[in-house]
Design a binder for this molecule. Structure first.
Ligand SMILES: Cc1ncc(COP(=O)(O)O)c(C=O)c1O
Length: 407
């Protein structure tokens, strides 16, 4: 017998991530590539010198348990800092029993699905969406109900029809309401309210995945769905330091009802025992020194410049080509839709050879839609590199269009 013949039924739903696979693919490239693919902060936006100093302090305190197992719910110092951060940014007090420190946002998504999604459960997802999240849902054998996204985020008004057509109500709604990955769009306040109302009527949970709210560089702060829904609909709030500090830290958090957090702690104990202790303490020290506000301020300024550099470069380089792109007011990404003759999966190799990398649109939908769209990260390259990357992209797009969209 081969081992694959013995796979659990759920193994077929474990699909992996085109997005994550591009990390090793891009690391293997030896020629000059403008990297507009991964959703990471810029290398020059990582507070490396502060990390170096603070890490030295953390590492010097081995006797203080820095390298020991830590409490599953998270390091007490970091927990206190995160609660303060929520109070400062969202103007609401979260009691400690509603908080769990996680190994990044992904672990929050996994714990949420592990506890709430079982075979056949219907889960609303955005289309396009962050497919690492939807893959977590299908990994627990949930069934996806894909709902469209427009310039104001998830089109909440179509949900009742989609749900009626599905013939059953969803158990969970997975949404990335703010500077969505991949589209960069933000769910309007009216739609947030409407979504909470629908969830209430269906008795559904909302899984709010929000790594990007702190990276708003334009427009008004919008309350999280978690804040809006308080006392009406249970919300699992998944957050992470990956986009505001550094993704390699693998430190994030989740907020939910105390009974849910208690069960998640049990689940995490049979998963990874505790989140990486020295790096939790590094994040704690960064927050405790009050370094985050200035860091975010700089990031917002830089990312706004880079968003502008990218949208201006697209307008200049694709002048004679019909395209649409979103205008994100924060976050890391914009979504580019090219003429229908372009297949962005097909375009990827030629673009890589030309020296530019992006993530093709179909990587962001379980059903493989968005053949002529792609995601660009404007945050991780300088304006000059962005302009060069867009020039290279425009060259391969034009070449494709000249030969009728084929090779
Ligand atoms: C919407 C969304 N959720 C979750 C994550 C994963 O975050 P982390 O790297 O902290 O696991 C990402 C990262 O790209 C994301 O865009």
């Amino acid at each position: 017998v081969t081992s694959t013949a013995l796979f659990a039924a759920r193994a077929t739903g474990i699909t992996g991530s085109v997005i994550d696979s591009s990390t090793s693919l891009l690391q293997a490239q030896t020629h000059d590539v403008v990297r507009l693919a991964m959703g990471s902060p810029a290398a020059d936006a990582i507070p490396a010198e502060q990390f170096e100093r603070l890490a030295a302090e953390v590492f010097a305190r081995a006797g203080d348990g820095a390298f020991d197992y830590g409490p599953t719910e998270g390091e007490p110092g970091l927990r206190a800092q995160v609660l303060r951060l929520i109070a400062d940014t969202e103007q609401r007090q979260v009691p400690p029993e509603r908080l769990l420190i996680t190994a990044g946002g992904m672990q929050g998504l996994d714990l949420a699905c592990k506890l709430f999604v079982e075979a056949g459960d219907l889960v609303v997802v955005e289309s396009p969406t962050y497919t690492n999240g939807s893959a977590t849902i299908t990994g627990y054998q949930g069934e996806l109900l894909e709902a469209p996204v427009d310039g104001d985020g998830l089109v909440v008004a179509v949900l009742p029809d989609l749900v009626a057509a599905a013939g059953r109500t969803p158990k969970l709604i997975y949404t990335i309401p703010t500077f969505q990955n991949p589209s960069g769009t933000t769910l309007s306040l009216e739609r947030r309210e409407a979504l909470v109302e629908l969830a209430e009527s269906w008795g559904a949970l909302i899984l709010e995945d929000d790594p990007y709210t702190p990276l708003r560089f334009e427009g008004e702060y919008l309350p999280t769905i978690e804040a809006l829904a308080a006392g009406r609909v249970p919300v699992l709030g998944v957050r992470t330091f990956s986009k505001v500090l550094a993704p390699g830290l693998r430190v994030g958090w989740l907020t939910a009802e105390p009974e849910v957090i208690a069960r998640m702690i049990n689940a995490k104990q049979s998963m990874d025992t505790c989140t990486n202790v020295p790096l939790q303490r590094l994040v704690e020290a960064f927050l405790a020194e009050g370094l985050l506000p200035a860091h975010l301020e700089r990031q917002r300024r830089v990312y706004r410049e880079r968003r502008d550099a990218m949208t201006e470069a697209l307008a200049a380089e694709l002048e004679d080509i019909e395209y649409r792109c979103t205008q994100p007011a924060g976050g890391l990404f914009l979504w580019l839709t090219l003429p229908e003759a372009i297949d962005t999966q097909d375009l990827f190799d030629a673009a890589l050879a030309e020296g530019v990398a992006f993530i093709p649109g179909p990587a962001f939908s379980a059903s493989g839609a968005f053949a002529n769209a792609l995601r660009l990260c404007f945050a991780s390259s300088s304006p000059e590199r962005i302009r060069e990357g867009v020039r290279r992209l425009a060259r391969v797009v034009r070449r494709r269009l000249e030969c009728g969209g084929s090779h």
